[in-house]
Design a protein around this ligand. Structure first.
Ligand code: PXG
Length: 288
C-alpha cells in the first residue's frame, strides 16, 4: 500500500509522523472519511469543502489548494488500484514542541490513506440495529463545535465505550438539555408519517455529507424533510429510525433503550431511501 504523505507517495511502513506532531499530542487537526464506489469518488467536493471549513475554524492553513488535495485523493486511489475504497484525509497542525502553542508548528502534516472498504455485516442492514442512549453528553457547540471534524474524538469514543460496555454497538448522545444529537460516528433520522426529521446542527451535530444526501433524497420522495429538536420520546414513538454516515451509509434502527421502534424491522421509507442512496453512489461522483 502507498500512502500520500506531505507531497509524496511512500510505503505503508514509511508512512509515519513525528511524536511531536500536535495531531498526536493534542488532537490538533482535522480529517475527512470519504468513499469511492466503482471508480467514482462520492461527494468529493463536499468533503473537501467541509475539511477546509473545519481547518479555517481552527485557524489551520492547509498548504494545498482544493484541486491539489482532490488530485492527491485521486492519485491515492489510482496508485493503490482501488475501485471501492475508504479514504482518510488528514491535516494536522504539524510538528511543534511539547507546549500547546500552535505557532510553533510551522508545517501542517497532510496525509491520505486509501484502503479497501471494510463493509459492515449484511445482517445489520437486514435486521436493524439496537441502540442505547448514554450518559456522556455530546460536546456543546460553545465549547467544541461538533461541526468541526477534528482529530479530537474522545467525546465520541467515551460514548462508544459506554455502549460497548453495556453490550451495544452504537450509542445515542444527548445534548445537556436532553435533546437527541447524533451517534458516535453517524447522524440520526426518524420517520413519522410523511415527515423525515433530523436534529438541527445548532444542538451539536456534525453536518454529515450522507445526512445532506438523504435529506435531498427524502424531498425527492415527497417526504416533508425538516431539522427539528427531537427527544427520546420522539425516537421511541417514531415509525422508523435510521443512522447515516459515509462508512455505514443508511443503517435501520429497530430498538432504542429497550423500546421497539415501529414494527421492529427496517421500515418502508428507510428501505426506499437505502435504494435511492445506492443508486446515487453508482451514478454520481468524481472519476479517477
Ligand atoms: N457524526 C459524526 C460525529 C461523525 O464522525 C458522521 C456524523 C456522518 O458524517 P458523514 O459526512 O460521513 O455522512 C460522522 C462520520 C468511520 C468513521 O470510519 C466515520 C466518521 C468518523 C470517524 C470514523 O466510520 N465520521
Amino acid at each position: 500500500m502507498k500512502v500520500y504523505l506531505n507531497g509524496k507517495f511512500v510505503d505503508r511502513q514509511a508512512a509515519t509522523v513525528s511524536v511531536f506532531d500536535h495531531g498526536l499530542l493534542y488532537g490538533d487537526g482535522v480529517f475527512e472519511g470519504i468513499r469511492s464506489y466503482n471508480g467514482l469518488i462520492f461527494k468529493l467536493h463536499e468533503h473537501l469543502d467541509r475539511l477546509f471549513e473545519s481547518a479555517h475554524t481552527i485557524m489551520l492553513k492547509i498548504p494545498l489548494s482544493k484541486p491539489e488535495l482532490a488530485d492527491a485523493v485521486r492519485q491515492s486511489l489510482r496508485v493503490n488500484k482501488l475501485s471501492n475504497a475508504y479514504i482518510r484525509l488528514v491535516v494536522t497542525r504539524g510538528e511543534g514542541d511539547l507546549g500547546l502553542d500552535p505557532r510553533k508548528c510551522t508545517r501542517p502534516t497532510v496525509f491520505v490513506i486509501a484502503d479497501r472498504i471494510e463493509l459492515y455485516p449484511k445482517k445489520l442492514y437486514e435486521q436493524g440495529l439496537e441502540l442505547i442512549t448514554v450518559a456522556t453528553q455530546r460536546n456543546v457547540p460553545e465549547a467544541l463545535n461538533p461541526q468541526i471534524k477534528s482529530l479530537n474524538y474522545l467525546n465520541n469514543i467515551l460514548a462508544k465505550i459506554e455502549a460497548i460496555t453495556a453490550g451495544y454497538e452504537e450509542a445515542i448522545m444527548l445534548s445537556p438539555s436532553g435533546y437527541v444529537t447524533e451517534c458516535t460516528g453517524e447522524n440520526i433520522f426518524v420517520v413519522s408519517g410523511k415527515r423525515l426529521l433530523t436534529p438541527p446542527p445548532y444542538i451539536g451535530v456534525l453536518r454529515g455529507i450522507t445526512r445532506r444526501s438523504v435529506m435531498e433524497l427524502g424531498r425527492k420522495q415527497k417526504l416533508d424533510v425538516a431539522e427539528e429538536l427531537l427527544t427520546r420520546y420522539d425516537l421511541f414513538n417514531a415509525e422508523e429510525c435510521f443512522l447515516t454516515g459515509t462508512a455505514a451509509e443508511i443503517v435501520p434502527v429497530v430498538k432504542i433503550d429497550g423500546r421497539v421502534i415501529g414494527a421492529g424491522k427496517p421500515g418502508p421509507a428507510t428501505r426506499q431511501l437505502q435504494a435511492a442512496f445506492r443508486r446515487l453512489t453508482k451514478t454520481e461522483g468524481v472519476r479517477y
